[in-house]
Structure formats: C-alpha cells, structure tokens
Design a protein around this ligand. Structure first.
Ligand code: 7PM
Length: 276
C-alpha cells in the first residue's frame, strides 16, 4: 500500500521512519529567531542518508507551556524549508501544523503531507486539507499544548482516544478525504499521564483499522524520561524500545529525531515479524 504525497510515494507495506526537523527558536543552538536555511538542509540531508522515508517540518512548538505562534511567524519559519526540501529531496516532506494558512501555503510550496496535532479541528483547517488533496495525519490531543499536562483525566483512555480518532476520520471522509489518505496517531504526551501513554502503547493494535496506518511519535518524550529517570539527551534506547513495541502493535510510521538508530531497530523488528 502506498500514499501519494504530492507525487512522491510513501510505501506503507513496510515500517517507515519520519525524521523530525524542528524550525522553532527553542531548537536553535544559537537562540536566533530562525533556523538558518543551510543548517535545516544539512540536517534533512543527513536524515535522508540515514534512511528517513519522510521529513516532518514543524514551526509551532507544542511543548507544554510554549507561547502561541502567529500564522505569519510559522510561515516565516516553515515555508523556505518546505520549498527547498520539496524541490531538492527525493522523499516527501510533511508539515507539522494546525493552521489553515500554513497548510495552504505549504501545499503550494510542494509539501506532501499535513501532520496536524489538532486533527483538523481549527476553523478552516479541514477545508484547507481537503483542498490540498494531500494525505493527513490526524493526531489526538486533550486540551491545548499550554495546559494539556495539567491533570489529564479519562474514563478509559484507549476507548476515548479511539472514539475521538474514529470521529475525526468520519468527519474527514464526509468532507472528501478518503480513509486511504488518512493516518491516525494517539498523540503520546499530548494531554496524557505516563499511565495513559503506556495503555495506549499496549493497545495500539486497536487503532490500526481506523485509517491507512498508525503513526507514532515517542522519540525523546517525557514518558521515556519518567520511566528511565533520564534527561532528554539520554532517552535514545528507551525511545527505540517504545518504537519497537509500537511497530509490533501495528504502527506503520515512527516519527523520530534519531533516524539511523530507529531504522535499524525497526529493521530487526520487521524481520522478526515477517518470519514464519
Ligand atoms: C517540544 C515538545 C517540541 C514536544 C515538540 C514536541 C508529535 C507530532 C510532535 C507526535 C505527530 C515532539 C513534540 N509530536 N506529530 N508532533 N505525533 N503526528 O516531541 O507524537 O516532537 S511535537
């Protein structure tokens, strides 16, 4: 099975890695306003060499407590990078955004996928996504990034996240985006306690029939940090373990900062999965 990402194909018959390219100020080592274009292109090139199947470009920090970003600011950060990478890379780029203006402009600049942590719930986002004709990743979030980690509560987190994603898939289909062009993502860390995250990981297989595939982002997240009591730069092994569990439970795309290591871990996991 393949996703058509603005003319570039994303094969979903085997596990794929999505490389994270953050273009938010908190991700710049020099604290400057914009990620220098050259640095973004070099980082993307490395991730392609390491085996990424798609590069995810994000200009809105969704870190708990991060200040909101205007559409103009997000466009300034994201568009030059999308434009260059869409032109120069053989693999597609996705844009990590919730804003219809950014979706529209990114699609015009050659983006191959929309990755929305708010599952097209912002006014105008559904319409922009439909018009773009691009595949969409619908992620579950409880609340808003600024406040989402303040005592999140669920009856049954697996049932509630599943119901939310099923409803968003239904809304997208009604608006003209076929299920074959949709991915779903339970949104690890987005309004969830460690226990919620672990239950979602354990039961990820229940999400596989909702859309064309399940996408998972666990790379370096606080759930790994909490389990290992490890700072963000010491979460690689834990992130790989979580990625392998996700794959075993049916995920098709793993979103990660550490492309080479994740490709290797998934390769071994997929080989075991394929054995008789
Ligand atoms: C600061 C804190 C910056 C957290 C960025 C983040 C996901 C995503 C992100 C995910 C999908 C991160 C997050 N996470 N999109 N965007 N799924 N589909 O840890 O889990 O990268 S941003």
């Amino acid at each position: 099975m393949q996703l058509d990402c603005a003319g570039k194909m994303l094969d979903l018959s085997q596990p794929m890695v999505m490389g994270v390219l953050n273009v938010t100020p908190d991700s710049f080592s020099d604290g400057g306003r914009y990620l220098p274009l050259g640095a973004a292109l070099r980082r993307a090139d490395i991730m392609v060499q390491e085996g990424a199947a798609i590069i995810d470009i994000g200009g809105e920090s969704t870190r708990p407590g991060a200040p909101p970003v205007s559409a103009a600011e997000e466009l300034d950060r994201v568009l030059p990078v999308v434009e260059r990478l869409a032109r120069d890379l053989s693999i597609p780029v996705s844009v990590d955004t919730s804003k219809p203006e950014v979706m529209r402009e990114a699609a015009r600049a050659g983006a191959g996928m929309i990755n929305d942590v708010r599952a097209l719930q912002m006014p105008g986002a559904l319409d922009a996504a439909v018009t773009s004709g691009l595949p969409v990743c619908l992620m579950h979030i409880r609340g808003e990034p600024a406040t989402m980690q303040q005592e999140p509560h669920y009856g049954d987190v697996v049932i509630e996240v599943h119901a939310f994603l099923a409803e968003r898939v239904r809304v997208c289909q009604a608006a003209g985006i076929p299920r074959e062009r949709l991915l779903v993502d339970p949104g690890f860390g987005f309004g969830k306690t460690l226990d919620h995250n672990l239950r979602l990981l354990r039961h990820l297989d229940r999400f596989t029939d909702l859309a064309a595939g399940v996408l998972v982002g666990v790379s370096r997240k606080s759930m790994i940090g909490l389990l290992l009591n490890a700072p963000v730069d010491e979460r690689l092994s834990g992130s790989l373990a979580a990625a392998v569990v996700a794959l075993w439970q049916g995920a098709k795309i793993i979103r990660t900062h550490d492309v080479r290591e994740t490709v290797q871990a998934l390769c071994v996991c997929a080989a075991a999965q394929a054995a008789e």
